[in-house]
Design a protein around this ligand. Structure first.
Ligand SMILES: [Cu+2]
Length: 164
């Protein structure tokens, strides 16, 4: 700290001015830390990803929300409605039968048909990356349940209806 020597003749008025300046600087610094610096310095890169990239009304979006990789509160095993949002969707062939999933979570996920081999985004597929998207076009009417290969609580359903 380098300060200029002002000698003993510094009056009480000068001292008061200095004190006010110091208080002002501290207050400003405090304000800066709490209201300006804090959001950028303490936030741990919570990457905010805008919604899925469904390009038109011919498709439906399903989001894997942030936190889906953590079991839901009071989880006691089995499949739940937690992890895909919305967890149940209805699509109509020829209208909106392409479904887009996006992973907004930091954990890897999959969209895997409960009936093996019907559809699967894969355990190394795009949904294993935050912000990754994967799409599937349903062409046969029916009710398709699916799950995440990594997280037992994640369960979703696509209800596919024939074109009207
Ligand atoms: Cu998962």
């Amino acid at each position: 700290m380098s300060t200029q020597s002002t000698g003993p003749q510094g009056s009480a008025a000068v001292g008061a001015v200095i004190a006010i300046l110091i208080i002002g600087a501290v207050a400003t610094l405090g304000y800066y830390q709490f209201y300006v610096a804090k959001p950028s310095s303490t936030t741990t890169t919570t990457t905010s990803i805008s919604g899925p990239t469904c390009p038109s009304s011919a498709c439906v979006n399903v989001t894997i929300p942030s936190g889906a990789g953590t079991p839901p509160p009071n989880y006691s095993g089995g499949k739940t409605t937690y992890g895909y949002s919305p967890d149940v969707i209805t699509v109509v062939i020829g209208k909106n039968n392409t479904v887009f999933w996006i992973n907004n979570d930091v954990a890897p996920h999959t969209v895997t048909s409960d009936t093996a081999g019907v559809f699967d985004s894969g355990m190394t597929g795009p949904l294993t990356n935050q912000g990754g998207t994967w799409q599937f076009t349903f062409t046969t009417p029916g009710t398709y349940t699916y799950h995440c290969s990594f997280h037992a609580w994640m369960q979703g359903t696509v209800i596919v209806k024939a074109s009207a």
